[in-house]
Design a protein around this ligand. Sequence first.
Ligand code: C2O
Ligand code: CU
Ligand code: CU
Length: 554
Amino acid sequence: MQRKSKTLFTRRDFVRSSGLIAAAWAAPRAFASAAANALPPATLDPSTLARFVDPLPIPKTAQPGGTRPSPVDASLKLRYYRLAMGEFESRVHRDLPPARQWGFQGGSPGPTIETRSGEGLLVEWANELPRRHLFAVDHNLHGAGRDKPEVRAVVHLHGAKVPPESDGYPENWFVPGKSALCYYPNRQQAAMLWYHDHTMGINRLNIYAGLLGAYILRDETEDALGLPRGDREIPLVLCDREFTPEGQLSYEVSPDPDAPWIPEFYGNATLVNGKLFPYLDVQAGLYRFRLLNGSNARFFDLSLSSGQSISQIGTDQGLLPAPVPAKRILLAPGERADLAIDFRGHGGEQIVLNDDESKEVMQFRVVRGPSSDRLSLPPQLRPITGIPESAAVGTRTLTLNEYDDPKGNSMLMLLGGAYWHMPVTENPTLDTVEIWSLINLTEDVHPIHLHLVRFQILDRRPFDRFAYFATGELRYMRAPLPPDPTEAGWKDTVRALPHLVTRIIARFEGYPGRYVWHCHILEHEDNEMMRPYEVLPRSATVGVASHATDAHQL
Ligand code: C2O
Ligand code: CU
Ligand code: CU
């Protein structure tokens, strides 16, 4: 069943009235195109389903299968995990038949990997997927030609500082029956990272099928804060999906069967840890929620029906300097938010987590009665020292571009005007600091993610796009805007807002070698909005670095 792609008509920004950042935030709104009305509904309408009848599932913690010698020091034994990607069926809602999905160890999200800062581990990612894809592959996309096997996979650990061989380079995919052993040193601060597929040209389809999971890193600084733990600390992995009336996952295609790619996918159903409209029983106490937006393209704008404020305590790359109270939590694809919610004083209430003010996502059922909970949120979390601009060896000016067909449908997105296959242009030297200045020439918000590094957002600044198009000259229109307090920590994904120049600053520490940077809207990423970048060893002068300098070769 094919419908006209609604996203072609609705991708332009919806402008909010409150303030510039919020205005440019632009959560896309769906409306049906007139042309689509003639066709019978091909999708399940989630509003016909009973709400809050399934308990929220909590992904299992991954269990190691013994130890293996460390690739850097054979006398050291590291925990070894084997996580298999495969097809499975599970009910996303009590009243729906089981849905066919892909996941890890029979689940999506896959098992949560738990570890501590400085404790390296090994994961063997095994491809045990079937040989046919669940969704239509677009063979026009780079790296997904007809000469490539239909089912391929490679796993990336988003937010991790890892040697290049273990980073899940998009071209290092492997077919069913094969596996890849990855080494994660975990030499970084406490944060919630996430693992997901990263296969060239079909990443959007593989992640949509369910190939993602959480990875929680802890450290002593975090331990010392006494934040809620155990059953008071809950990962919430949010993904928007669309289902057929029979309850099977469906992924929208374009009207052209030979070119099924669509510019963005928006589903009408939000899964939380793999369930639709789940509920969670909570005590009238303090909870910690680790949120991840694992959607292909959807931006979440989350709030509580009780109107109470939420404390954001961490960003993508860990704790903020202090809790930031917020009524709304904005989350772009790939971003994480570490939240504390205090249910004290809400005994007996049923509190709904909404997206976009009124779209129900899940429910918290607070038990009746007073709570003996004496936990409180520390006023200070982890100090963050800003990287001074003066520490940077230079600024890279990089455009975000989008090209439309004559009808105004977007066809292609590029970073710095370059295609994936073109030579590397971003090549910072190991341990140097750089500023990346992202000039968004499009009408969309693009969540830009860099592998390997964490960064800080310096500012966002409106510029004259017409002058830029006419003369190539960057003319600023207003003073720069500082990052929102909720993003004023360590980040690995930044929302590059339309009509603004977004500046980030990063120290390229870790390992020399080949990594990628890209837009985390997966449809964009699969259609050229991804570029390789190369961290050059300190001794290198110009040109492409040699991988031979990496002591962590597996
Ligand atoms: Cu979340 Cu390149 O990845
Ligand atoms: Cu990543
Ligand atoms: Cu994008």
